[in-house]
Design a protein around this ligand. Structure first.
Ligand code: UDX
Length: 457
């Protein structure tokens, strides 16, 4: 069986390694972090994803996955190289390609030293802006003296996995996009990644294209989903002003097959490791190329405004100074411990700035609590709780920021230990609204209002 080399043992790399091993491929993971390789070789997986721990453990035990810190150790035995390293993006939207460059330089060294007729293909899976594979990776690889398309293959195949369902997303994809410098490169990738489209009826989900189109598909898709969220959040602001429930509006809109109900949930704004970074990167790359995207600029501006609006919903009803406030939800979405660009990272410092006496925070994920404790725990009044009831007890206000199943459907009873005159702001629209009808606790739901005072004209 063919040996696949996955470079980068992070979120994407480990999940692809597990998926390919489950399909019967031998996978060599290369990661420059020695401790990460040791952990993989012990069958450990640092990422909390359904099914991933077992898949990695079984595959390592069964000899299907092995990790090594050096590409030189595994190059000779592999024919396909999937580049899955991080591409971080700064506040200004500039992508840091240092890891991609370092990987290409390592492969260049191996290509230069290689002899014999084995045709190897390098496929970029990291999210990279248009022009990276042919403009940055290709020249570095060709500095080996070997030519792309002649001596080795070059491809780009973006990933679309979501945190919380990463392995399932890989095993059952909606589509597999393969961009290649030529058909031979595409075929080399298709012969491996095509296993996830097994069965003749699913063959049509493989999209063959060129390198730059593959790169742009990934950004276009994430930018579109982010736009959809900002759009519904904008509508939720109208709903609040006009005395309407945004949930009913979105439900009706979603019934139109051209719109679909997915990614149409109004909330406190999107976060995570992809949407904010990818929209910023596309916007910045567009500006460098001479196009200033008004739409993407607005998508990000609406998102920032929405995070601020969560605090405004509280500030419009109570004076924050001196208050004791509970935050439910630190991760950027449910079922992940990831707090990157999460709403809590904006809201908590804002409450502290506004003079809150205590900010008690909770998240069902231990990882999320740990991350926020490390990064914001020193901000005066911030206290991290592992018990949701202890977090809520005695507070004057509670903000629900993440749609964790543990919070879904909580009724007024769950908040009964709050101080007299307390207020709950449900920014995820998940609490049991009806139960608050007879409760002394005021419930404010983002995207809803009963104020019908607005009159046009
Ligand atoms: C996203 C893309 O979905 C995935 O295809 C890509 O590969 C990586 O980025 P992920 O970041 O894991 O995946 O999270 P996702 O489920 O897409 O949610 C992103 C953010 O949007 C979260 O903060 C979530 O709470 C928010 N969101 C999502 C909404 O506010 N409303 C919605 O209707 C959907």
């Amino acid at each position: 069986m063919q040996r696949i080399c996955i470079i980068g043992g992070g979120y994407v790399g480990l999940t692809y390694a597990a998926g390919l091993a489950l399909k019967g491929f031998h996978v060599d993971i290369v990661d420059i972090r020695d401790p990460a390789c040791d952990a993989i070789n012990r069958g450990e997986c640092p990422i909390d994803e359904p099914g991933l721990h077992e898949a990695i453990k079984n595959s390592v035990d069964g000899g299907m996955i092995a990790a090594s810190p050096s590409i030189d150790d595994v190059f000779a035995g592999c024919t396909l190289f999937l580049v899955c390293v991080g591409t971080y993006c700064d506040e200004a939207g500039n992508i840091d390609l240092s890891q991609v460059r370092a990987v290409a330089t390592g492969l260049q060294r191996c290509l230069a030293a290689s002899t014999g007729g084995t045709f190897r293909t390098v496929c970029v899976k990291s999210t990279v802006i248009c022009g990276t594979t042919d403009g940055v990776v290709q020249p570095l690889l060709e500095a080996s003296g070997k030519l792309a398309g002649k001596d080795f293959g070059l491809a780009m195949s973006p990933e679309f996995l979501k945190e919380g369902s990463a392995l399932d997303d890989i095993m059952n994809p909606d589509k597999i996009v393969i961009g290649g410098i030529d058909q031979r490169s595409i075929d080399a990738v298709r012969s491996v990644l095509g296993c996830f489209a097994a069965g003749t009826d699913r063959d049509g989900i493989v999209i063959e294209t060129d390198l730059r189109t593959a790169e742009l598909i990934k950004y276009a898709q994430n930018a579109f989903l982010a736009t959809k969220i900002s759009f519904v959040n904008e509508i939720s602001r109208f709903a609040e002003m006009f005395g309407v429930n945004v949930g009913e509006v979105a439900r009706a809109m979603g019934m139109d097959a051209r719109i679909s109900p997915l990614f149409l949930n109004a909330g406190p704004g999107f976060g995570g490791s992809c949407f904010p970074k990818d929209v910023r990167a596309l916007l910045t790359a567009g500006r460098k190329a001479g196009h200033d995207s008004m739409l993407l600029d607005a998508v990000l501006a609406v998102n920032e405004a929405q995070k601020a609006h969560v605090v405004e919903l509280l500030a419009a009803r109570r004076a924050i100074a001196g208050m004791s406030i509970a935050i439910l939800g630190l991760s950027f979405k449910a079922n992940t411990g990831d707090t990157r660009e999460s709403v809590s990272r904006t809201v908590i410092p804002e409450l502290v700035r506004a003079g809150a006496a205590r900010v008690k925070v909770h998240d069902p994920s231990c990882l999320a609590r740990q991350e926020i404790s490390e990064d914001l725990g020193s901000q005066g009044p911030v206290e991290v709780h592992d018990d949701v009831h202890a977090c809520i007890a005695g507070t004057d206000a509670c903000l629900v920021l993440t749609e964790w199943p543990a919070y879904k459907g909580l009724g007024a009873g769950a908040f009964s230990a709050m101080a007299p005159g307390a207020i709950v702001v449900d920014a995820r629209r998940i609490l049991d609204k009806a139960s608050f009808a007879w409760s002394p606790i005021e419930l404010v739901v983002l995207g809803e209002s009963h104020d019908r005072s607005f009159r046009p004209g």
